[in-house]
Design a protein around this ligand. Sequence first.
Ligand code: IMP
Length: 193
Amino acid sequence: MRFVLVTTNKGKASEFSEIFREYGFNFRIEPMATPEIQEDDLRKIARYSVLYAYKVLREPVLVEDAGLFIKALNGFPGPYSSYVYETIGVEGILKLMEGVVRRDARFESALAFYSPLTELKIFTGAVEGSISEEPRGRGGFGFDPIFIPDGSVKTFAEMSLEEKNRFSHRARAARKFAEWFKTLKTLPPIYQD
Ligand code: IMP
C-alpha cells in the first residue's frame, strides 16, 4: 500500500523519510497544512488532522502531532508547542526556566494513520531528557537546540539526523507504525494498490 505523509515541516519529513526508506516503503510527502484543534491530548489532535487530510486527499494518509512537555512548567508547552515556538520561541522557554534546577522534559509524538482498509490507527513515541541552560547546535528544528535526551550529552541540534533518530520520540513512533505497516504487505493482492 502506498501512503502520503502530510507535513509542512521539512525537518520532520527528513526524519520520517530516513526511517521509511529503511523499510522500503512507497510513500510521498504532501506539504499540506492541516487544522490543529485545541486539545490536551496529542492523539486527539493527530486523529482530527488525519481525518481532515484524508477527506482532502482520498489516499492512505499519515499525520504527526508532537510536543515538548516540561516538568517544572507543569507540562507546558505540550500540545501548544508549535504556537509557543512561533511566539516566545527557544529564548522564551529558556527565560521561563531561569533559575530552575530540575530541568526534566519529555518530547512526545502521536502518529495517526488512516486508510479505508485499516481505518484509524494511532502510534505514540516519547523520549525523556532535559532542557539545556543555553541553545546549542545548528541542526534539526524547533526546540532541538535546548533538548538533551537521556543517554546523551548533546542536544538534538548537535546530532546528525541518524543520531537524533536513535533517540527521538518521532523515530520511536515511526518505527512502531513501520512494524505494523509492513505486516499489511501480507494482505491478498486485491487489497494492495
Ligand atoms: P507539531 O504541532 O507536531 O508540528 O509540532 C509542535 C512543535 O513542537 C513544533 O513546532 C516544534 O517547535 C516542536 N517539536 C516537535 N517535535 C520536535 C522535535 O523533534 N524537535 C524540536 N522541536 C520539536
